[in-house]
Design a protein around this ligand. Structure first.
Ligand code: CTP
Ligand code: ZN
Length: 143
């Protein structure tokens, strides 16, 4: 079995749904990280069968907010001196940037001239609906 060693310092994203690590990698813009990043796919897990893991050996200040929408079961582990010092899960965010696409085809955010960093605001927590800041259209992730 593949074994990727423990890290000394950094962040481990664990319990990622198998096959989805690349989606998180892109949403978190991990290509911008200049320290070591390891993406592991289809790793054996006693509880999940299979899972993905991402390890980032860094103290780079990464914003994990978006995980609460796209991968809420992911555990974010903070490692210091080879030991886990904190473990968190992200909650459904109030504001989302980058991963949602407005459903309204005539919305300015879908025009050729792309609007960078437009926001969506949580509208209905139960239905996980977000409202476009430009046209008020409701959109959910993965639709
Ligand atoms: N990990 C790591 N380097 C360390 C410590 C932990 O890469 N120095 C990784 C482990 O490989 C695991 C995750 O961080 O993927 C969480 O590790 P651990 O603290 O051992 O917790 P577990 O009991 O494995 O996980 P959980 O409590 O979330 O069930
Ligand atoms: Zn819109």
């Amino acid at each position: 079995m593949i074994n990727v060693s423990k890290i000394k310092k950094g962040i481990v994203l664990d319990h990622i749904e198998a096959g989805r690590a690349h989606v998180l990698y892109r949403a978190l813009e991990l290509e911008k990280v200049t320290d070591a990043v390891v993406l592991m796919q289809n790793i054996f897990s006693t509880s999940l069968g299979k899972k993905d893991i991402i390890k980032i050996e860094t103290d780079y200040n990464i914003d994990f907010t978006v995980l609460g929408l796209i991968a809420p079961h992911t555990t974010v582990n903070f490692i210091e001196d080879g030991e886990r010092v904190k473990k968190i899960r992200m909650e459904l965010p109030e504001v989302v940037e980058g991963v949602l696409k407005c459903k309204n085809p005539r919305c300015i955010t879908n025009s050729e001239r792309e609007i960078a960093g437009h926001k969506f605001y949580l509208y209905d927590r139960e239905k996980k609906e977000y409202k476009c800041e430009y046209c008020d259209t409701l959109t959910t992730y993965g639709e």
